[in-house]
Design a protein around this ligand. Structure first.
Ligand code: HEM
Ligand code: HEM
Length: 192
């Protein structure tokens, strides 16, 4: 069986630490009265991970690059149509729809982290930049920080659901390669 090294170590470390940190942010956000201090630290770590991934999208290995998985609207729609007809080609890296999902996740995480910097809480303080904006703007950004988390959760649910669907309908396990780095590259239908 031929195996191709698809996900480099930094991409894998990025992914699993991001997933763990988002779970931690949820928990520490819900229990902010006791855990806000750690919530801020987790938030900085996520912002750093997002910044790293943006950089890695330009200088990382082949399949980690944006140029490998970001396609224009035409090819993305063509892929979606092929998917509906159960004739979608297999990609070793991210497929065109998955590529745009990654952009959406990174954008939501950046928004979440940046609004957090200005968010405030009457009891336990807030983000380090909260004094830079008016009280009214602070309230708006805090509201956004709370609301956008729901959208982020929705994206994460869709992300995990698509991985489960991939397994169920195409019989391909995507999780293992995100752990080991390697994908089986034997199938004739693969797209390099
Ligand atoms: C908060 C939770 C999560 C977030 C924010 C998240 C985010 C992401 C991002 C940004 C990528 C792109 C990786 C890259 O190229 O850098 C990705 C890929 C991936 N994620 Fe997640 N993820 C989360 C949870 C999970 C979970 C729980 C699983 C396991 C079921 C999972 C499985 C995968 C897999 C298999 C890929 C690769 C998809 C492919 O082969 O194209 N993720 N995820
Ligand atoms: C991207 C990662 C982040 C996620 C997923 C996240 C998520 C959350 C959640 C779920 C809450 C609870 C909201 C509620 O009360 O309903 C919260 C509250 C809060 N977060 Fe974050 N957060 C993140 C980053 C940050 C950062 C970087 C900061 C500041 C440095 C921050 C500061 C705050 C503050 C001050 C609150 C309390 C505000 C309030 O009363 O709601 N967060 N966050």
């Amino acid at each position: 069986m031929n195996k191709t090294y698809v996900w480099d170590l930094p991409t894998r470390l990025f992914h699993w630490s991001l997933a763990a940190l988002v779970a931690f942010q949820w928990l520490s956000g819900e229990f902010k009265d006791q855990l806000l201090e750690f919530h801020l630290l987790g938030g900085y770590a996520i912002l750093a991970l997002v910044a790293f991934r943006l950089l890695w999208g330009f200088v990382g290995s082949r399949y980690a690059r944006f140029s490998d998985f970001l396609h224009g609207i035409g090819p993305t729609l063509a892929y979606a149509r092929a998917l509906r007809a159960n004739a979608a080609p297999r990609y070793l890296g991210h497929n065109p729809l998955g590529g745009w999902m990654i952009v959406a996740l990174l954008a939501m995480l950046a928004l979440q982290g940046m609004t957090g910097l200005f968010a405030r809480d009457e009891v336990v303080g807030g983000g380090p930049l909260r004094h830079m904006v008016s009280e009214h703007m602070g309230e708006i950004l805090t509201g956004l920080h709370e609301a956008s988390f729901n959208l982020l959760l929705l994206l994460v649910v869709a992300h995990v659901a698509s991985i489960v669907a991939h397994r169920r309908f195409k019989g391909e396990d995507l999780v293992r390669p995100m752990l080991t780095g390697y994908k089986d590259s034997d199938e004739a239908s693969k797209k390099q």
